[in-house]
Design a protein around this ligand. Structure first.
Ligand code: NAD
Length: 450
């Protein structure tokens, strides 16, 4: 595929004004909804083929989210896209002031493999809603899901409006060497920096949805069983390959042993005695990630799990008891079904550990003491999070989803997605029936009036 001519064709289509009509955008979003509904079973099969993603998790975290996002956008788009009148500045009297939501133009969306369907389509829905044309680059690691994404997109859109470019590093590098009007990237911090550099070359605005080491702090006031259940769910969903999964637990030392035992019970409740046989537990995406993850299990004390099988890309839900901070599991984002649990005595212990890392994408605090959870929320900077639960902030489209610092730039979901893909153009319409002389030269004698 010739990338420059593809982008040229999209620029021409955009310049034709066809994407400007709100009615047209809604028609295409409805066609997209029909197509994803028609292919729903195939999408679930593809996700299963790629890494044994259980159908329940595929509905809850992939197809269900996309249908919700489509329904919400179709319902609200006309309202979101309407110019918003704001109060005028007295100094401009007489005037009417507006914000006009203008599409950027031709946008590039780069998606990761871990929620390969949802993380490609959610930004696309917003790009279309805001009136852009788009090129989508799905992950090369989820071949089945990326293929069905291409089928759906090509079924709904002409390529000069929206198209898919498949490929890995060389293809993405070529895409990034072009000039875009907006880039939306979801993936690792390392590649995020490559994208930021490419965007900087053309001063292209961008959203970076990245990752980090998400802390999960638990004090002794909690109901241990409920906490363990919620952490097991949030951590082992998608086999831990979730950008907002708890990365490590800091627990008040007096309840650590009870917590480890309860975690074991809750893992068994969820996945049985042997998670390898459970239909509800996904696999690691590839050998490279399998090897990266299993190397974290060397020289540590394993409290629960630890079973691995490279042929099946299986790593059991695993709890590491009190690893050294020099251990690999405490170095970078884990992004797999391994959970280190570290005891603390004081708030200073918590600070000393969380402050070692860049600002994470998510933070979680479990406590019955409001002052303690408020301290956590104020003391640490992170993209978003939850008190007394994990992951669930992702589900509410009224909350902006995004990182801070190394975990990302910008946010999306619901109306925030529409705003992300729109330039807010500020316009003052000046009245002509009155022309106050104050601002015009000569200024003599006017300083005192300011
Ligand atoms: P990745 O950065 O390796 O890949 C993401 C995309 O970038 C893929 O499409 C890939 O083809 C492309 N890519 C890879 N290397 C590249 C290079 N050198 N040059 C140009 N493009 C390149 O990420 P991944 O492994 O697919 O996903 C895992 C990471 O994504 C984790 O760090 C996770 O935290 C993060 N993530 C973040 C969110 C979020 O919403 N913030 C969601 C999911 C995943």
């Amino acid at each position: 595929m010739n990338i420059p001519s593809l982008i040229d064709s999209q620029r021409t289509y955009f310049a034709s004004g066809k994407t400007r009509s709100i009615q047209q955008r809604i028609i295409f979003l409805k066609r997209l909804r029909e197509s994803v509904l028609r292919h729903e079973t195939t999408i679930h099969e593809a996700l299963y083929a790629d890494f044994k993603k259980p159908v329940f998790e595929s509905i809850a975290s992939e197809t269900g989210i996309i249908i919700r996002e489509l329904n919400l956008t179709i319902k609200n788009l006309a309202f979101w896209a309407r110019p918003k009148k704001v109060k005028s500045a007295i100094a401009n009297f007489p005037s009417s002031d507006y914000i006009i939501y203008e599409p950027y133009g031709t946008v590039l969306i780069i998606a990761p493999w871990n929620y390969p369907y949802q993380l490609a389509l959610a930004p696309l829905i917003a790009a279309i809603a805001a009136g852009n044309t788009a090129v989508v680059k799905p992950s090369e690691l989820t071949t089945a899901t990326s293929a069905i994404l291409e089928t759906i997109i090509h079924e709904v859109f002409p390529p000069e409006y929206v198209t898919v470019v498949q490929g890995a590093v060389p293809e993405t590098t070529e895409l990034l060497s072009q000039q875009w009007d907006y880039i939306f990237f979801t993936g690792s911090v390392t590649v995020g920096k490559i994208v930021a550099k490419a965007a900087a070359k053309h001063l292209t605005p961008k959203t970076l949805e990245l990752g980090g080491k998400n802390p999960c702090v638990i004090d002794a006031s909690v109901n241990i069983r409920l906490v363990a259940k919620r952490i097991v769910w949030g951590k082992f969903l998608n086999a831990g390959q979730t950008c907002i999964a708890p990365d490590y637990v800091l627990i008040e030392a007096s309840v650590k042993e009870a917590f480890l035992q309860t975690l074991q019970k809750e893992i068994e409740n969820a996945y049985g005695d042997d998670a390898k046989l459970s239909p509800d537990f996904a696999r690691i995406i590839n050998e490279k990630n399998f090897d990266r993850l299993t190397s974290m299990l060397e020289d540590v004390s394993i409290a629960v799990g630890g079973d691995t099988d490279r042929d099946q890309l299986y790593i059991a839900p695993t709890i590491i008891d009190h690893p050294s901070l020099d251990n690999l599991a405490m170095k970078d984002e884990i992004f797999g079904p391994i959970l280190p649990v570290i005891p603390y005595q004081t708030k200073a212990d918590i600070e000393a550990i969380i402050d070692r890392y860049e600002k994470p994408l998510a933070g979680y605090i479990f406590s019955r003491k409001r002052s303690f959870s408020n301290w956590f929320l104020e003391r640490f900077s992170f993209g978003g999070g939850a008190v007394n639960d994990t992951i669930i902030h992702f589900i509410n489209e009224k909350l902006p989803f995004g990182g801070v610092g190394h975990s990302g730039i910008g946010n999306y979901h619901g109306k925030y997605s529409f705003l992300t893909f729109s330039h807010a153009k500020a316009v003052v319409k000046k009245g002509n029936w009155l022309d106050l002389p104050f601002r015009y030269a000569p200024y003599k004698g006017k300083n005192a009036l300011l």
